[in-house]
Design a protein around this ligand. Structure first.
Ligand code: PLP
Length: 397
């Protein structure tokens, strides 16, 4: 099918919640994708920080192929070998002792909210249910996770929202402190707010939240759906900032491109999710767990977090030198390979021009261009991307 044919069918048969899209991608390899008309693109969106090992990594393809020939799905009524292997690997790599698997970031956050409330009621006090989240946060699109998300634009039209969420300013310890009540049971935060505009915490912020949680007997939840799996230069974002949460959520890059989410925590908290208290039909099925295990092992064995650090520095340098040249660039910020370029103008048209020139970028909100390439990139990919980005900037002065 051509792009036009795919677009016409989409208009006819799909609900329009994603709006109009420029291209239809049909093939991927490493850092490149091809559209339905055969045009090649360098992909610096990577499925929105999901294809960390690149497109169709041979290890992930092999794991999926072999597992698909053996056992694709069975219920969690039975033990699942790839699921226990994946849980063991994640426990070895993290502060956590136990994992629960689901299918997406929103579901991982739902699980985190459920275990937090149950643990807190059972162990801290019956009235403990309120969770403090941050303005400009993003935690997902289910009813409860849009409520946790501190951005009114995601709430509009879907009210009434779930009760029990209070918003504080990101990067403002005083404000969080002021929002704690007798009912508070947890603070939930992204180590870097990506969807909120790539907001980086100040050095003492996450440590401050940790101390506050210890002092007030609250749980600290890190939503690492977009920051885990090497993206920030360490395997987990919390390692980049040197602060351990009590609960972590992951999804996106965990599966190397297949849908999987995970909520992981310490044993004493995990105990609250007793048999029958939470579940998912597909959560942790053999196919996705085999893909995730292959993806994680690739990230660790190929030192992709370290590569994200190196390439992140290289990309940051290049973007900072573009900032010197183009006054429309107001700020460049990020960690590892999650970098945002804040513009003084709207970013949508620039992104469209970059895509037409063969570089896939995306815009957060109206004016922050997001750079979240696969972690397998090298200097020549960055140089290729920067040549296109500079050309687009120069056409818009
Ligand atoms: N949490 C964060 C930090 C995210 O960036 C996202 C998605 O962008 C989500 C949660 C929701 O994940 P999903 O779309 O897999 O439900």
């Amino acid at each position: 099918m051509t792009t036009l044919e795919i677009k016409e069918m989409a208009n006819k048969y799909l609900i329009n919640n994603y709006g109009e899209r420029m291209i239809a991608l049909v093939r991927g390899e490493g850092a490149y994708v091809w559209d339905a008309d055969g045009k090649k693109y360098l992909d610096f969106v990577a499925g929105i920080a999901t294809n960390n090992v690149g497109h169709c990594h041979p290890n992930v393809v092999k794991a999926i192929t072999e597992q698909a020939k053996t056992l694709i799905h069975v219920s969690n009524l039975y033990y699942i070998e790839p699921q226990v292997k994946l849980a063991k690997r994640l426990v070895e790599l993290s502060f956590a002792d136990k994992c629960f698997f689901c299918n997406s970031g929103a579901e991982a956050n739902e699980a985190a909210i459920k275990v937090t409330r149950k643990y807190s009621k059972e162990n801290v006090g019956e009235g403990k249910f309120e969770i403090i989240t941050m303005h400009k946060s993003f935690h997902g699109r289910t009813m409860t996770t849009i409520t946790a998300t501190g951005q009114p634009k995601y709430h509009k039209g879907f009210e009434p929202l779930s009760p029990g969420f209070i918003y504080a300013e990101f990067n403002d310890l005083k404000d969080v402190k002021a929002k704690i009540t007798d009912n508070t049971c947890a603070i939930m935060v992204e180590p870097i707010q990506v969807e909120g505009g790539i907001n980086i915490p100040s050095d003492d912020y996450l440590t401050g939240l940790r101390n506050l949680c210890n002092e007030k007997n609250l749980l600290l939840i890190f939503d690492e759906v977009q920051t885990a799996m090497g993206r920030t230069g360490k395997f987990f974002g919390y390692e980049t900032f040197g602060v351990e949460p009590d609960i972590i959520t992951m999804a996106k890059a965990l599966g190397g491109g297949v849908p999987i989410g995970c909520m992981a925590t310490k044993s004493h908290i995990a105990e609250s999710l007793t048999p029958g208290s939470h579940a998912s039909t597909f959560g942790g099925n053999p196919l996705v767990c085999s893909a995730a295990l292959a993806s994680i092992n690739t990230i660790v064995d190929d030192k992709l977090a370290e590569n994200a650090q190196r390439m992140g520095k290289y990309l940051m340098q290049k973007l900072l030198s573009l900032k010197e040249k183009f006054s429309m660039i107001k700020d460049v910020r990020g960690r590892g390979l999650v970098i945002g370029v804040e513009l003084g103008i709207e970013g949508k048209e620039l992104v469209n021009q970059a895509i037409k020139s063969g570089l896939i970028l995306n815009c957060i909100g109206t004016n922050v261009i997001r750079f979240v390439p696969p972690l397998i990139i090298n200097e020549s990919h960055v140089d290729e991307a920067m040549a296109i980005f500079e050309k687009v900037l120069s056409e818009n002065v």
